[in-house]
Unconditional design. Structure first.
Length: 129
């Protein structure tokens, strides 16, 4: 039954990614892929909150938490975030001679993604204490 939850989460996450990407990118007159950057950071934060909440509850795979994780973690966040688009946009920047922006995209995406997941986990963990 978890596969249905993944489908539902993905059905929400994919259009949310597309709409957020377009809304963010149209507000920036830049070749930097701000839309992808924002959705990846947001998805990392949501996944961190989810992981932190599960850890704070002391649950290690109970059926309720696995259903929530399937819906929000695998489904929503899996469809919201996009490693393939991040990779493609970074490659395109490098191919167009924007090597500094390509490197900045990689470094910033990794740092912000890790920071967002840690912040989300700490926030959720702190709320559960």
């Amino acid at each position: 039954m978890n596969w249905l939850l993944v489908i539902v989460g993905g059905a929400v996450g994919a259009p949310l990614r597309y709409l957020t990407d377009r809304a963010v990118q149209t507000r920036h007159d830049s070749v930097f892929p701000w839309g992808t950057f924002v959705v990846n950071a947001a998805g990392s934060f949501v996944l961190g909150v989810l992981a932190g909440a599960v850890a704070a509850s002391g649950s290690s795979g109970a059926s309720g938490s696995s259903a929530v994780y399937a819906l929000l973690g695998t489904g929503l966040c899996g469809a919201l975030t996009t490693y393939s688009t991040f990779s493609y946009e970074t490659l395109r920047l490098a191919e167009r001679g924007r090597k500094f922006l390509a490197a900045a995209n990689v470094a910033a995406s990794l740092l912000v993604g890790l920071g967002a997941v840690l912040l989300g986990a700490e926030l959720a963990g702190g709320l559960g204490r």
